[in-house]
Design a binder for this molecule. Structure first.
Ligand code: ATP
Ligand code: MG
Length: 421
């Protein structure tokens, strides 16, 4: 089944709002093996929307439209749909009463414009008859086939909920009966081209195995999608490809599917009953922010200090003034003392520290922009390493935080290998 997405709204074609709905809808459809061939955005203009719909029904098997179903004057999608399908626009009683109920429940005053929202083309089906979010669908008769056309609201959260719970299940029930399974591999430390070279034979000549590459700086994500006649066949097919990918790329793998490097590090710290404190200079709190984005992180994350100045490195971490004066804030010696200081003063199992020059200013002779020291102190040992990251200030801090998390993951996987490196 070949699909197409049309997003409607002046804000989308004038660069005021980034089109999140196409992004979400195409991602979800693809993960279920539904191929999206075209995505277009069009302003709030009746003739141009009709134009887009005409083009879509001539080349696609299903269409998802979003935007312009609300109560205001610029919301014209329902009228345009009625015109396109040559139907009357009529008030849907079920929908009207669910809107009334939702308004009452929230204690909001009734505005006559809400009545407009309940108008849908005659014969259209509500996407979620029990809910109060708008959205309907119709089947376009293209002679040899009928094409479902879904009209969804514009608000991304509503689109996501309706697509997930209603639209995709309707499409999948209508379409092919094949079962699709997908796994996402999150990798760090390899270029996209290298990954492609290492995996390309897995899908070559295999129409039921699809490999996708998605750079997600500083990680690279790879999706493996398999298709089979039954669920157990699909599981088996996925397991075979998965073990191949694990074998070839395992050492660069940081997480799978919904998991992230942050959540993996958290899981491992919890399993080992270890606690962590972080002292950050050039990353300005980014590592702490990422670690605490995981719910339940208070179980292992003791504290994060942003020790930006020399004074704070001395006062909060006990980095001695001679070290700072002799070697500078961005040095192997300072990084070591920062990691050891934050570990001792916080009484935790692991102390982690970063110090570096994120740029674009601040370079000194021998220490160009992107010079970063990482240090990790645990089990009476401290490892320190100098890196030279390239890129903008944002890319350098992002890479530093990622490398720090990767250090934690490698330490927690095997500390002998980690300290032996
Ligand atoms: P409402 O009842 O809020 O008017 P609606 O169904 O009429 O909803 P729109 O008016 O088109 O939808 O958009 C509602 C909000 O969602 C606006 O803030 C709009 O910028 C945003 N929006 C619409 N389409 C998209 C999109 N494709 N991607 C991201 N945001 C979008
Ligand atoms: Mg609107």
């Amino acid at each position: 089944m070949i699909g197409e997405i049309i997003t409607i709204g002046n804000e989308l074609i004038s660069g005021r709002v980034c089109d999140l709905n196409s992004f979400f809808l195409s991602g979800r459809a693809s993960s279920f093996g539904l191929e999206i061939r075209y995505i277009s955005s069009v302003g709030d203009d009746e003739d141009r929307i009709i134009d887009s719909l005409n083009r879509a029904v001539n080349r696609s098997d299903f269409i998802m439209v979003s935007g312009g179903l609300g109560p205001t004057d610029d919301d014209i999608t329902a009228e345009v749909a009625a015109r396109f399908f040559n139907r009357e626009l009529i008030a849907d009683k079920t929908f009207l009463s669910s809107i009334e109920r939702a308004i009452k429940k929230r204690g909001l005053p009734w505005v006559e414009a809400y009545r407009k929202m309940a108008h849908i083309p005659e014969g259209a089906l509500l996407i979620d008859p029990k809910g109060h979010a708008c959205g309907f669908y119709l089947h376009y008769d293209a002679g040899v086939k009928t094409i479902p056309v879904f009209f969804l609201p514009g608000v991304p959260a509503e689109v996501q909920k309706l697509a997930e719970s209603k639209v995709l299940p309707i499409l999948l029930a209508d379409g092919e009966k094949d079962v699709v399974r997908q796994r996402v591999f999150k990798l760090f430390g390899l270029q996209e081209a290298q990954i492609g070279e290492m995996l390309h034979d897995l899908s070559a000549g295999e129409p039921n195995v699809l490999i996708g590459y998605y750079p997600n700086f500083p990680e690279n994500h790879v999706t493996v999608t398999v298709r089979a006649a039954t669920g157990s066949l699909a599981d088996e097919r996925l397991a075979v490809v998965e073990s191949q990918v694990d074998q070839r790329l395992g050492r660069y793998l940081v997480a799978k599917d919904e998991a992230t490097i942050e959540s993996e590090v958290g899981r491992m710290l919890k399993n080992k009953n270890m606690t962590l404190a972080v002292a950050e200079s050039c990353t300005g709190g980014l590592i702490s922010k990422r670690l605490t984005s995981v719910s339940g992180s208070s179980e292992y994350f003791e504290r994060g200090l942003v020790t930006y100045s020399n004074r704070s490195k001395y006062e909060l971490l006990g980095v001695d003034t001679q070290t700072l004066a002799k070697h500078g804030a961005v040095s192997r010696q300072t990084a070591i003392r920062m990691a050891e200081g934050v570990k001792t003063r916080s009484a935790v199992s692991i102390g982690l520290a970063t110090t570096g020059i994120a740029g674009p200013t601040g370079a000194t002779p021998g220490k160009p922009v992107g010079t970063v020291y990482l240090a990790l102190s645990a089990l009476s040992k401290t490892k320190v390493k100098r890196y030279h990251f390239l890129g903008t200030r944002e890319q350098i801090t992002s890479l530093t935080s990622q490398m720090a998390l990767s250090w934690l993951q490698r330490f927690l996987t095997d500390d002998t290998v980690f300290f032996g490196d």
